[in-house]
Unconditional design. Sequence first.
Length: 506
Amino acid sequence: MTEQAPMAGADHEHAERNLWLWSAFARSVRDNMVAEFLVQALRIGGLVVLARALSPHDFGLFKILVVVSTFAMLVNEAGIPDALIQRRDLSPAHHATAWWMSIGLALLTSGVLWGGAPALAHLMKMPELREGMRLLCIPFLLEGAAVTANARLRRDLRFTALAAADVVGEVAFLGVALGLLWNGLPTWSLAGGLAARFGAHAVSVLIAGGKPRMGVPTSPAAHDLGHFAIKVLGGRTVDALAFNVDFILIGWLLGSSALGFYAMAWDLLRFVPDRVFRVAGRVTFPTFCHLQDQKDQLARAYLNFCGYLSRIILPIVLCAAIAAPELIKTIYGPKWLPAAVPMQLLSCGLLLVGLRLAIGSVYYAKNHPEFDFYIHAAGLVLVVITVFGLASSGLAAVSLGRSMVEALISIVGMWLSCLLLDIGLRDFVVSIIPGAGLALMCALAVAAGKITASACGTQGVATLLLLVGPPALVYCWRESSTAMRMFADAFGRGEAARIVVAQELP
């Protein structure tokens, strides 16, 4: 009896902790969902206004600044927040060392941007790029100062503050960009808006994260965090290269028109998986880290999460592929119809890409961030080989090859995550069968709508309604109970809240 009492107490404490974890997960998903809706509404509405007022040259300059910002933020963070989140226990030395490391990297990043701006502007033949890059230096310093605060908020699953920071950043971008435009400074509009986005986001995170812990840094803490962080940085850098290299190569080998069609197809297919990652995928990392020593529960949570992903991503991507010509013609106009075939070919690989949103979280939670590096490095090599090898056969061949690369990388990546969790690929397949069945039913509904539209000779919005309506009805019919349960999980209060990925946990 004396031995069982402590065990019972430990089990009760364990159950209470997991209840808090899933409730926090649900709230985080809810807040991210609301924030993502607001951000996309602001972004789409703002870009419509800006696109009508600014030239393609202005947006080309903006695209380069966004790419520069992507790699600058990689160096700014250098995997440090991930290392802080992954560790089971943190000492004051860890917090202090991480803060000083982040400040040092931010100073390095800003210095390189300031000093390298003229060279990059000359290389890209865009003189305005110099001042645009230098405008980002102070916001990047602020982002560097906010790295540890961001990590604390994510570690504690306080995504309400992070979601609010995303919205504040987007409001700042739109306000500054439109303000500069209306005050006769169109050249500075997008660059100034981008700087305002980073700066406002950083300030919001700093306020929400509380006072930084600025103690004395130590070598042991730096070594402890750095070992994990360097692996994360390597994986993220290679991932960024793998994600962008095909655009560069296709533009170089096949020309800007082919690149435009390819980019349109890719962006349309990636829109839903990217939104799902912003809403739920990025919450899996801190959540899985809380379960890193509970392998059975982590495995069950991973499989359940992938099951829910399959019910969202598989139907949407498959239906979009079937209806690609009609969707593109109706939404963007006939001139974009050549993007339909690449979109359909890319969908084969993108079906699986959406299911691998949580594999990086498993790698990091189980202290194997190097797996992320290996996966993305292999993908980078295969993408380069594929584009160079198939470019002479045209855009369709390149799109099919790129799709096969994504499918292969996805399968290997999910297999590695299953190995770490001691589950088989069969268990993974079983978890996504309901989503695959739902996708097949929705696909049949889209095909029926497509045949009906063709037989009736409808055009424009009428065709779009015939394509979207039937699968939407099928989806609601099959998933209404699940949707209601997810809504209750996300917006429930207190002990009533449960997160869907944990509902089958013992």
